[in-house]
Design a protein around this ligand. Structure first.
Ligand SMILES: [Zn+2]
Length: 436
């Protein structure tokens, strides 16, 4: 095999990738959380106790995700830090050694730590900006970020969504950033909430819904004085879909009560994506039947899917959002990377293609929670190549598959992928022959 046919990280980094399954809060790096934690220390705290990394953070960018963690320094006492939280470098698992992460340890990371640290609009916006930059640096060109509207003593759920939307609007409307990566938002319904809370999420999704032909934000010259002062300002509308998420071991019995909410979202033109059959307990015929009745276009994870339901997925031509590193590290699947069900579904897609069928079935690789699992999307593309024998052309096809399942921005991504493919062919004519 000539060097030009070898799939390496340089190639997967350069692929024009679409990320469809990423949770905002789970995508915040420990480095960003550390910066937020530092910013919340009382000003009177001696600077020497702000950990050794603070000396570099004031004069240089955040460390890269691959950078080793700074040596842990003695954390300030709980009395000194308003939320009573120790340094994220000490409290959160190092993505480099997270073999202890599983369903019972994963969700408490958020409930007991991150939600407390990131609990007002300012840190929410800081975190969102950093997350967008991280995805962009990894070569993601279209991002659908999902998040569950949260409230705290310092913000309402609406203020939370508004804070995130503003950052996305600023990003998309910035000529440099918006050209590099387009970002849309999905709002998530946590499966443990009440039906009325689910209705609230749908109401927010509709209020902040993206409409391609409507202005996203008032032009400065058209703003009233009140708008310039921040009152009644036109919100940035970037929501393109609704998600069902949360601990798959909880809330199963109340799912049918969400049906009207998801039906309203569908009628409103929002895309539907569902965390689907993550564990055996959430892969029962009854639950899967309820979820499929919501007419989702995309299914997240889809680990424990009965054969009958697999046929429905194929017939409907749904998109499977598959998260290799997350599933393997959290032990949602067995057999390591080589045993991941990506292999089975990739084979299905290839069979459809070879049979000349419409190739409706789609796969979108996703990171899920890169802040916890530490594997950027470019790495998961590389892992797919390594463990399932995918060549460069296959990976470009995988990019095309993910882009085709996006709820918005498909056309632009198609053009970007065409450009990339032409470039690859020009630079490496042996590629297609090698993988054909
Ligand atoms: Zn997820």
């Amino acid at each position: 095999m000539s060097p030009s046919t070898v799939v390496d990280h340089e190639f997967t980094l350069s692929l024009p990738k679409t990320e469809l399954h990423a949770h905002l809060t789970g995508s915040i790096s420990r480095e960003t959380l550390h910066q937020i934690w530092l910013s919340q220390l009382p000003a009177s705290l001696p600077s020497s106790s702000s950990s050794s990394s603070s000396s570099s953070s004031s004069s240089s960018p955040l460390p890269s995700p691959q950078a080793p963690s700074p040596p842990p320094s003695p954390p300030p006492s709980h009395q000194q830090h308003p939320p009573g939280l120790p340094d994220p470098y000490i409290s959160l698992p190092d993505p480099g050694c997270i073999s202890s992460i599983n369903l019972s340890t994963f969700f408490p990371l958020f409930d007991k730590y991150i939600y407390t640290l990131v609990s007002s609009p300012s840190p929410v916006q800081t975190a969102t900006r950093a997350v967008l930059q991280d995805f962009c640096d990894d070569g993601v060109r279209l991002l659908e970020l999902r998040t569950t509207p949260r409230e705290s003593s310092q913000m309402t759920k609406r203020e939370y969504v508004e804070a995130v939307s503003e950052v996305i609007g600023d990003w998309n409307l910035d000529p440099k950033n918006g050209t590099a990566m387009q970002v849309y938002l999905l709002l998530s319904v946590d499966r443990k909430v009440s039906p009325s809370e689910a209705e609230q999420v749908v109401a927010l999704a509709r209020e902040f819904q993206y409409h391609p032909h409507k202005p996203h934000r008032a032009e400065p010259e058209t703003q009233t004085t009140a708008e310039r002062q921040g009152k009644d300002k036109v919100p940035s509308n970037w929501v393109v879909g609704l998600d069902l998420c949360g601990n798959p071991l909880k809330g199963t019995s109340t799912l049918p009560e969400f049906t009207p909410s998801f039906a309203l979202a569908r009628r409103s033109g929002l895309g539907i994506t569902i965390h689907f059959a993550e564990v055996p307990e959430s892969g029962t015929p009854s639950e899967l039947s309820t979820l499929l009745s919501w007419q989702p276009q995309r299914l997240g994870h889809a680990v424990h899917v009965p054969e009958k339901v697999k046929q429905i997925i194929k017939q409907r031509g749904l998109c499977l959002e598959l998260c290799l590193s997350c599933n393997v590290i959290a032990k949602l699947t067995e057999g390591g990377f080589g045993g991941h069900h990506f292999g089975e579904w990739w084979h299905e897609c290839e069979s459809e293609r070879r049979a000349g069928e419409n190739n409706n079935l789609k796969i979108a690789l996703g990171t899920d929670d890169v802040g916890v699992f530490g594997s950027p999307l470019s790495r998961d593309y590389l892992l797919a190549a390594e463990h399932f024998g995918l060549g460069k052309r296959d990976l470009v096809g995988l990019c095309r598959s993910a882009a085709s399942a996006a709820f918005a921005g498909r056309e632009r991504m198609g053009e970007l992928i065409d450009e990339f493919e032409n470039f690859v062919e020009l630079q490496a004519p042996a590629t297609k022959q090698a993988v054909a």
